[in-house]
Design a protein around this ligand. Structure first.
Ligand code: AMP
Ligand code: MG
Length: 540
């Protein structure tokens, strides 16, 4: 490993403050061999050198967050650092130890198998940011895998993290995407057809990458002292407003994790995001969306849809299950924290609270999506429930439907036939197969539309005001699965232009961008069952 002296363009200096490695117990073994790591939160490990790194893209917003200049981001040193070939002074690379419940079963030690944390930067706003490479080679936690990542999954993680941020969804961020110049073998659909694919490294950035599974591993091994150390560390570092750790503060902390997790899921449900692998090792203790693997975006509204082929059998992680699965994961976290709290009742109460909080949040969110001034219990439950049923009856694009709903002209005094026909014409673009829609469907839809229009009229909001409110929560652009795949297909041919186009597009996902209208279109028919567009695997 080469240690750099010039760390930037020479005009700035970046200081690292590596609190995680400083304050938490370290694995005494330093050789990079795969093993069970006991009694420690992390193992020291350096990234693997790669042959010819090439910068594909970086996020100027994330660079600004961590205090990197444009000149540094566009320098050779930057590419070398974020490929894993060079360490900046002050970086202290390590991989964290964690476990997890995968698809409902305890999986034992997992850990950062292909993630290497480089160091922590405290920016001028006193915000702490951990820099983490994904795909920079094996670590003690790599088990039987190679520690690498391929270009297609790295593009998906890079673009989606930043799109989610601009959509207002809590998420880890992505600083850079670098090609390693080396091939990586992957069997994309686990069907005995491995292929060589270009290798890549993404640098992710987050206040912390700690997952539910970081706590579970110590509880499962009865390592209560380390469990407490990590809990205290997390509270002091990421939840300082809760005060000094104590039994009472642990409970308040768990309540806040429940609330943050619910907020994150509400955002996913609002924008139509399906994570795809909600194992407890993929749930952030900060309530951030983390680990972009076989995720997907709802195109036609289908609550039972999962993008993950590994999950196709039981659909455990389908769109509609996400709230319950989050709660299930919180129960696992509660069990892991129990040894340091010693009483179950407040943990159970917090898990129950998640349910109520989510339900209330869902009502408010749906009222916002529908442009209602408030959610009226009793009346709006029916309106929302009926709409969600109707949306799943025929292939209806969720994003286009809600965006178009804001355009309804409800100026007439009643919801008469003319008004209903006009409203339907506005919404027509949301349907994938309008010719297949039956009269029965239209009757049911008309009845809903009439109730909705009357409800809107009662609110008496200026149409422009209503549209503005609705457009602020119903994105015009989401990272449709086929868009990500098109940018991957081009990148694999050496053309990175679409990655930049999508980066630009997703800086303003709620704004009309007339020159980018094509990115708001429904999924084309060719993408209906194309791998990468409708089906994804964990192979990445
Ligand atoms: P995931 O399902 O991607 O969240 O990964 C589950 C576990 O497998 C984590 O501990 C990952 O670090 C590890 N893992 C996934 N892919 C690889 C890989 N290519 N090399 C090493 N470890 C991996
Ligand atoms: Mg993971």
């Amino acid at each position: 490993m080469t240690y750099a002296t010039p760390i930037s363009d020479g005009k700035e200096s970046i200081e690292f403050d590596n609190r995680f490695v400083r304050e938490l117990p370290q694995d005494p073994e330093t050789a990079n061999t795969r093993r069970q790591v006991l009694g420690a939160c992390y193992s020291r490990v350096n990234p693997t050198q790669v042959s010819s790194p090439k910068l594909v893209a970086y996020s100027r917003e994330v660079a600004a967050l961590v205090g990197f200049s444009k000149a540094f981001c566009e320098s050779e040193a930057f590419t070398r650092v974020f490929a894993g070939n060079l360490l900046m002074p002050g970086m202290e690379p390590y991989a964290a130890c964690y476990g997890g419940h995968q698809f409902g079963n305890w999986a034992g030690q997992l850990g950062d198998g292909r993630a290497i944390n480089l160091g922590e930067i405290v920016n001028q706003h006193a915000q702490r940011w951990v820099l983490q490479l994904k795909g920079a080679g094996p670590t003690p936690y790599s088990r039987t895998a190679d520690g690498l990542a391929v270009l297609r999954s790295s593009i998906r993680e890079f673009l989606c993290s930043e799109a989610m941020f601009h959509l207002g969804v809590p998420t880890t961020r992505a600083l850079s995407l670098v090609l390693t110049g080396e091939d990586v073998e992957r069997d994309m659909f686990y069907d005995g057809h491995p292929k060589l694919e270009p290798g890549a490294v993404v640098c992710r950035v987050s206040p912390s990458f700690t997952r539910f599974g970081n706590f579970e591993i110590f509880a499962s091994r009865g390592e209560i002292k380390v469990l407490k150390q990590l809990a205290d560390y997390t509270i002091r570092t990421d939840f300082p407003h809760l005060g000094e750790p104590s039994q009472k503060v642990y409970v308040k902390w768990f309540e806040e994790i429940c609330r943050r997790t619910a907020d994150m899921i509400l955002h996913w449900m609002r924008v139509g995001f399906v994570h795809g692998v909600m194992n407890t090792d993929n749930l952030s203790i900060l309530g951030l969306t983390i680990d972009y693997g076989p995720y997907g975006w709802l195109e036609d509204y289908t609550p039972g849809w999962t993008p993950n082929t590994t999950d196709a059998g039981t659909k455990r992680y389908c769109f509609g299950n996400q709230p319950q699965i989050a709660q299930w994961n919180l129960v696992k976290l509660a069990n892991a924290l129990y040894p340091i709290i010693g009483t179950a009742a407040p943990l159970q109460a917090a898990v129950d609270f998640f349910g109520h909080y989510y339900q209330k949040g869902f009502q408010t969110m749906m009222a916002d999506k529908l442009g209602l001034t408030a959610f009226v219990p009793g009346i709006n439950e029916r309106l929302v429930k009926e709409l969600l049923e109707i949306l799943s009856l025929v292939e209806t694009d969720m994003t286009i439907f809600f965006r178009r709903l804001a355009l309804l002209d409800t100026q007439g005094r009643q919801a008469d036939d003319m008004e209903l026909t006009a409203a339907r014409a506005v919404l027509m673009d949301a349907y994938y197969a309008p010719e297949k829609i039956t009269n029965g469907y239209w009757e049911r839809f008309n009845a809903w539309l009439e109730t909705y229009i009357l409800r809107i009229k009662k609110d008496n909001l200026q149409p422009e005001k209503r549209r503005e409110k609705m457009d602020a929560v119903n994105p015009k652009y989401v990272l449709r699965n086929y868009l990500a795949q098109l940018s991957i297909d081009k990148a694999e041919q050496g053309d990175f232009s679409m990655i930049r186009d999508l980066q630009d597009l997703f800086r303003h996902p709620y704004d009309e961008q007339p020159d980018k209208e094509k990115f708001a279109e429904k999924r084309p028919d060719w993408a209906r069952s194309k791998p990468g567009c409708s089906m994804l695997s964990c192979s990445s």
